[in-house]
Design a protein. Structure first.
Length: 494
């Protein structure tokens, strides 16, 4: 009870402190405020709305705000909420852990919602293929003399709920890699990649191969070898059918395109990899809950191997590369941890529980959560809503937490990597931020560094403009350049 009262007192104090800071008329640099205001004073379109907030991390004081409490659609800057909630609930040294086990007859895989299992970019950085985890498991099985299982391949995905696609995602997005389904077991970003190669016989159907190695997709080959043209790929929504059509005069790579059943793709790909390594499973793939509601495993299980993906790797893919499925797994896994920490019976990671984790995290900052709507973790949903103040304040709060450096380093660095690699190349790498772009939306939020480390937390969001977003990207870049210039030595900054 005393601990709970202490938490409540700290929350009240934080709220009071923030209210004082938010209404303070003191400014660290009036010229900086004027320069930032000039950039946003006149937007290219009258219909456009801007929300902006900049916080000086040295004083925790707002140095600039414009429509900072207006609820706006954040696009992919929504990932910052999922990333911060995951860090708050899971802690920086956490690793997603997928378990391989047996009960004597069946081979069992217990998922942890790891989005990095079989992710090409992560495995390429380790100089291995996406099948490497399965190959390591095959080695572990052979070392134990386990090369044949008489039972089934059982998969347990119950760390997450059964809702793989968010109901508010737009139908036009759902076949694309960036709207891939979310599962307790994930592989190859829950997508398929097709390679179409012409034969030597003109008009004959081309050869089609698929990655990962799986027999699950039903390929309808209406393509023709030879001639000019480009083959096309069509996926019948929520089916295993993939149709290839058009002329193919040379080798083409098509995809990635989403696959509707992540767990099944994981299991079938695993079976094929084990067969290649000399390990067979006689029974079928079967879904079954193995992990108990309290998170423990049955005592009759023998753990054979584990595959771990560090949280830092997942954060980097979400923050730098804006990989949507990674962000959704972060949100759902944060929700699962949040529920477990609070003693909820039989929790399963969901968008709803992830939203609860985000709300709880934001309350710790002392910022009013009014207007914050957490529909998903990636920002793909247009039902999401937040304010520039909420984004900037959360970043400022995170900077003071033990996980602050990890969040900072998980963001794209301007002119260097990720979604900012081609932007702000003249900023000397001082801007570390998350981008966000959708039709009529351009958002940017993150940190601007001085030589001594992060100096400003900022957010600038545009909503409601017609046409392309290039003018608003240019405004954001000018906004960040002003902040970066203010961080140069000799400008009065620390």
């Amino acid at each position: 009870m005393d601990a709970q009262c202490g938490q409540q007192r700290r929350a009240v104090l934080a709220a009071v402190t923030w209210a004082i800071l938010a209404t303070s008329s003191l400014r660290a640099d009036p010229r900086l405020e004027a320069d930032l205001h000039k950039v946003l004073a006149k937007l290219p379109h009258a219909a456009a709305t801007v929300g902006a907030c900049v916080i000086d991390l040295a004083s925790n004081r707002i140095v600039y705000a414009q429509n900072a409490d207006t609820g706006l659609t954040p696009a992919s800057t929504m990932k910052l909420f999922a990333m911060t909630a995951a860090l708050a609930e899971l802690e920086p040294k956490f690793a997603f852990e997928t378990i391989l086990a047996t009960d004597g007859g069946n081979l069992i895989v217990i998922g942890d919602g790891d989005p990095g299992f079989g992710d090409e970019k992560l495995h390429k950085s380790r100089k291995e293929t996406i099948a490497a985890p399965f190959e390591h498991w095959a080695d572990a099985l052979r070392q134990r003399g386990l090369t044949s299982f008489s039972g089934d391949l059982i998969i347990d995905e119950t760390v997450f709920d059964d809702q793989r696609l968010h109901p508010s995602w737009e139908r036009a997005d759902l076949d694309n890699w960036y709207a891939a389904p979310v599962g307790g077991l994930n592989y190859n970003d829950n997508c398929l990649d097709f390679v179409v190669t012409p034969t030597k016989t003109r008009n004959a159907p081309p050869l089609i191969s698929v990655r990962p190695d799986t027999t699950l997709p039903k390929i309808l080959n209406a393509g023709q070898s030879g001639g000019n043209g480009t083959p096309s790929l069509h996926h019948a929504f929520n089916t295993f059918e993939y149709a290839v059509s058009g002329r193919c005069g040379k080798r083409y790579e098509l995809g990635p395109v989403s696959f509707p059943d992540p767990g099944l793709l994981f299991a079938d790909s695993m079976r094929h990899a084990l067969i290649r390594a000399g390990v067979t499973i006689r029974g079928p793939i079967r879904r079954e809950r193995v992990r108990r509601p309290d998170g423990t495993l049955p005592t009759n299980l023998t753990i054979l191997a584990r595959h771990r993906t560090p949280l830092a790797d997942v954060l980097g893919r979400a923050g730098k590369d804006s990989q949507n499925m990674f962000a959704e797994c972060l949100l759902k896994r944060a929700g699962y941890a949040w529920a477990r920490h609070r003693g909820l019976p039989d929790p399963r990671g969901s968008w709803e529980l992830g939203g609860d984790a985000v709300m709880d995290t934001l309350r710790r900052t002392g910022v009013d959560t009014g207007g914050l709507i957490v529909a998903d973790g990636s920002g793909l949903s247009r039902h999401n809503s937040c304010t520039a103040r909420q984004l900037a304040a959360m970043l400022a709060w995170s900077y003071r937490q033990p996980f602050g450096p990890l969040l900072h380093d998980s963001l794209a660095t301007a002119g260097v990597d990720g979604s900012l690699r081609k932007r702000l190349k003249d900023s000397d790498g001082r801007v570390h931020a998350k981008t966000g772009t959708m039709r009529g939306i351009r958002a940017l939020a993150g940190y601007v560094d001085s030589d001594a480390g992060p100096r400003y937390a900022f957010a600038v969001l545009f909503n409601g403009y017609p046409g392309g977003s290039a003018p608003y990207k240019a405004i954001q870049d000018r906004f960040c350049r002003i902040l970066a210039d203010a961080c140069l030595p000799g400008t009065g900054t620390r």
